[in-house]
Design a binder for this molecule. Structure first.
Ligand code: NAP
Length: 548
């Protein structure tokens, strides 16, 4: 039965009546889309979410490879907007697994009665701004249409899988899997000869589990990864009790952290370069024992001073050499780029996996992959035979999810044209020439560079306030001015230049995708400064925006 916010599927031009139907179309029913739906409906807006997949959950629906789990502790990587939700929900593990995170997304959809407003199996094909009616016209791949005053793109920074254009890939006669588009049936690796290409976070989680099952595993590594132990396990009930006794306080303290989490662990009062070797190593040891990203929070200068960074990097390399018994494998596993320049991996037994007799590492920076063959691949002067190829090759991050939609703003300008040289925007939220479009946790904001749950709640709350303000003032459109956009991008780049983040080839920079402009895409300024800036812009009557 169609509801008031549910236009009838139509392949015809929408009628004037249909044009008035919706306030907001949200694209994506991952964690950011679910909260956007809830929040905007709470403010009285008529909202529909269009989701390409047959389920809510976004990244936690797609990335279901064995071992997939969150790399920020679950009591911090979770919604804070509802105290009853955070009090009622029990996380089983310190770092929740993908199935548990998916259950959480489903629980939130049910608990807040969101499903009625979500259209699953609905991949948005195009979204065009209709200047005559000051509305967005959205079409799905199967020809349904919607119109709305606003669009909120909640499509995630890491939702467009990257499959390298390996010559001969289609000729491979075995099974090809991609970590970010994993089958929904379990994959049994028993007795198989498996190859994994890539050694980022996905591979680091997946490799120990495949190694334990497969006959042989060959890992093709282009850049060695820094991985720190998760020390995952059941969430301690006493810890849970403590957190829940002051959940609001913990959330508030986390929002004051640059990363949006980790407020329980203060950095050393002095920079890493200002303490003795013994004191520094003791601090790193302590953080290694605690696990996770806490290592990067040990000293304030680790991401801003290459000398400080090198101390942390060498500390992890020493650990690798201690764990991995074969010296040449250990040497190949030791990264040479600054630690934290690519996102740190949080692991469970990753390096130790290379001590297994059935696991081999191939360094494809020395022996490049020439081609995939029917029975394996050719790298350097060698050929490798296997029956299962796992591509853990990451994502076309930040811009990929947007540019795969036919997104068109004023004057027929497409997002592909607009972002040809990099993702121009203001505050990460708005794009000049694309009125009434808000992008959640995308480029230009702290996004996945911080705790994305904290980032998405701030974004959604800001957008809800902005729309309420527009409506109260009788305005119909808002969009970034070209000047504000240019200033913002200059600022985002300037911030990155003050860090070590430009000194490696990361997906933050688009450097993992051949031909992509090398632009640092997230804002590395820290969550509190960013949130304050957004709040000030709103307080100043949306300074930097054109409001009509
Ligand atoms: P990723 O970090 O981009 O890693 C992709 C890997 O594939 C890299 O090792 C890369 O090498 C390699 N690669 C790409 N193209 C290649 C080619 N043509 N030939 C050889 N190797 C190639 O992707 P990811 O592991 O999926 O992780 C992406 C992000 O998703 C993470 O950084 C994290 O933010 C998020 N994530 C989080 C978790 C979690 O723990 N919660 C788990 C998975 C993912 P180069 O480094 O040389 O480019």
């Amino acid at each position: 039965m169609p509801t008031r916010d549910d236009p009838q599927p139509s392949t015809r031009e929408p009628t004037t009546a249909a044009i008035d139907t919706l306030d907001v179309v949200v694209i994506g029913a991952g964690f950011s889309g679910l909260y956007a739906l809830h929040k905007l409906r709470c403010t009285g807006l008529r909202v529909v979410v269009l989701e390409a997949e047959p389920s809510v959950g976004g990244t936690w629906w797609a990335n279901r490879y064995p071992g997939a789990r969150v790399d920020i502790q679950s009591f911090e990587y979770s919604y804070s907007f509802s105290d009853p939700l955070q009090q009622d929900w029990h996380w089983n593990e310190r770092y929740a697994s993908q199935p548990e995170l998916l259950r959480y997304a489903n629980h939130v959809a049910d608990r807040f009665d969101l499903r009625r407003h979500i259209r699953l199996n609905t991949r948005v094909k195009s979204a065009h701004f209709d200047e005559a009616h000051q509305r967005w016209r959205i079409s799905s791949e199967d020809g349904r249409q919607w119109t709305a005053r606003f669009i909120v793109t909640a499509i995630g920074p890491l939702s467009s899988p990257n499959t390298p254009a390996f010559e001969g890939l289609s000729s491979f006669e075995g099974q090809v899997l991609h970590t970010a588009a994993w089958p929904h049936e379990p994959v049994d690796f028993t007795g198989r000869d498996v190859a994994v290409v890539g050694t980022g976070s996905s591979a680091v989680q997946l490799i120990p589990l495949i190694a334990a099952q497969a006959r042989t595993l060959t890992v093709f590594q282009r850049t060695a990864a820094y991985a720190v132990p998760a020390h995952n396990g059941p969430l301690d009930p006493e810890r849970e009790r403590q957190v829940k006794a002051d959940y609001a306080g913990l959330r508030a303290r986390n929002r004051k952290m640059r990363s949006g989490f980790g407020s329980e662990l203060a950095p050393h009062p002095k920079p890493a370069v200002a303490v003795s070797d013994a004191e520094r190593d003791a601090m790193f040891e302590e953080r290694w024992r605690i696990g996770g990203f806490s290592l990067l929070g040990a000293f304030v200068d680790l991401l801003t001073d290459l000398r400080a960074n090198e101390h942390a990097a060498e500390f992890v390399r020493k650990k690798i050499r201690q764990i991995v018994r074969d010296p040449s494998t250990a040497a190949a596993l030791c990264p040479t780029h600054p630690i934290g320049c690519k996102r740190l991996c949080v692991d469970s037994g990753y390096y130790d996996t290379y001590n297994r007799p059935n696991v081999t590492l191939v360094d494809v920076s020395r022996e490049p992959i020439h081609a995939i063959t029917p029975s394996g691949l050719a790298s350097g002067a060698r050929s490798h035979t296997f029956d299962t190829l796992v591509l853990a090759t990451g994502f076309d991050a930040f811009t990929g999810p947007m540019t795969r939609i036919d997104l068109c703003g004023r004057g027929g300008v497409t997002i592909q044209d607009k972002w040809r040289g990099g993702p121009l925007n203001y505050l990460g939220l708005s794009i000049a020439g694309f009125p009434n479009l808000f992008n959640l946790v995308g480029p230009g904001s702290t996004s996945a560079f911080t705790n994305v749950m904290v980032a998405l709640e701030q974004h959604v709350d800001w957008i809800a306030d902005c729309i309420a303000w527009l409506d109260a003032q009788g305005h119909t459109t808002i969009e970034a001015s070209a000047e504000a956009e240019a200033r913002w991008i200059t600022f985002v780049n300037a911030v990155a230049q003050q860090t070590i983040l430009l000194s490696c080839n990361s997906w933050y920079l688009g450097a993992n995708i051949p031909g992509k402009p090398r632009v640092f895409m997230p804002l590395a300024d820290g969550f509190p400064a960013y949130a304050q800036r957004c709040a000030e812009v709103a307080r100043d009557g949306y300074a930097g925006f054109i409001v009509q």
